[in-house]
Design a protein around this ligand. Structure first.
Ligand code: CUA
Length: 351
């Protein structure tokens, strides 16, 4: 489609971008044509049907059903096309492919903190692999922000206290601007950054450089860090096979019955709520005895905020499969993606 290549809009760097542009051009075209039509008719009718001589009488016209139907039905059809087309594009924009790796983004006044599944953390920069769909899960630590990437034709509001999700399919290597698209305080205009979409070799080189620089050889994945937190916070003393709380293996994505007779699908938001407000939705058959962990997760020493710690715990619980619940003496294997040989850990796997 030639018209979509007119350089009125930012560069397109995702599969979604062209779809959004076609819809945008259609809506702009229809409303633009409608506006022109109204003004042309106005000018024409004012000229042709003006009063031509003194005392000329205006004919009395009492409406026309044909005309009413004509100018109601045509806009209705056009608006319905916009609506249906918009629903399809919107739906594609939020239907995350199941196998897409997940990057977590935490927004705060006034910076972006990214956490990759392998544990790499970035500030105000996000490195992505070209042609690899990626799921982005976002939360705010304070006020509402908006993660906007014009080249991907995607923006999503970050809310405090709730995860939201979008996804990208970057299809062109390059460097693209990241903006905060929601006025969020005096530093709003500085809440900007860059998205780097890289070819495979370049991306691997970046990732390797990142890992040796900041992390040990086996340390690091989000799930693994979450596992360490799970042990450190003593979650394991209740959430084990003989404990006073349910085992969390294979929990993510399942539907659990609650004490009040309703049920809930275990997703990021439910896990988060259960850690911070354990009594809000208690699993049927279990006593409401879990203490809240609100205020206990932040680790200033590791420069880890509460939200970042929650993301790690969630990553651990998400990957926790049958037989993978750790014990204080590490008898059972760690979760998928985490190193399997505890002796290779810097601390020899003691904790
Ligand atoms: Cu964050 Cu504007």
């Amino acid at each position: 489609m030639l018209i979509a290549n007119i350089p009125l809009l930012p560069e397109r760097a995702s599969e979604q971008a062209a779809q959004v542009d076609y819809l945008f051009y259609f809506i702009s075209g229809v409303t633009g044509a409608g506006t022109i039509l109204v003004f042309v008719l106005l000018a024409y009718l004012c000229t042709v049907h003006r009063r031509k001589r003194e005392g000329e009488q205006t004919p009395r016209i009492l409406g026309s059903h044909k005309l009413e139907i004509f100018w109601s039905a045509i806009p209705l059809v056009l608006f319905l096309v916009m609506f249906a087309w918009g629903v399809v594009v919107f739906d594609q924009g939020y239907a995350v492919p199941a196998d897409a790796p997940e990057v977590f983004v935490v927004g705060k006044q006034w910076m972006w903190k990214m956490q990759h599944p392998n544990g790499v953390r970035e500030i105000n920069e996000l490195h992505l692999l070209v042609n690899q769909p990626v799921k982005i899960t976002l939360i705010s630590e304070d006020v509402i922000h908006s993660f906007g990437v014009p080249a991907f034709r995607d923006k999503i509001d970050l809310l405090p206290g709730r995860y939201v999700t979008t996804w990208y399919h970057p299809n062109k290597a390059g460097r693209y601007q990241l903006y905060c698209d929601q006025l969020c305080g005096v530093g709003h205009s500085q809440m900007i950054g860059w998205i780097h979409v890289m070819e495979k070799d370049e991306y691997d080189a970046w990732l390797n450089g990142k890992r040796t620089e900041t992390l040990g050889p086996t340390d690091g994945s989000l799930a693994w860090e979450g596992r360490k937190l799970f042990l450190k916070l003593q979650c394991i003393s209740c959430h084990n096979q003989k404990g006073r709380a349910p085992v969390l293996e294979g929990l993510y994505g399942s539907t659990v019955p609650l004490r009040d007779g309703s049920s809930v699908v275990v997703n990021e938001n439910y896990i988060r709520e259960s850690i911070l407000k354990p009594l809000a939705k208690v699993h049927q058959g279990w006593e409401p005895i879990m203490p809240t962990f609100a205020g206990q997760l932040e680790d200033k020493h590791l420069n880890l905020s509460e939200e970042e710690a929650l993301i790690r715990l969630i990553a651990f619980i998400k990957t926790l499969g049958p037989g993978q619940t750790p014990t204080p003496n590490e008898k059972f294997p760690p979760p998928i993606g985490a190193p399997t040989d505890p002796s290779k850990l810097p601390d020899g796997g003691k904790k």
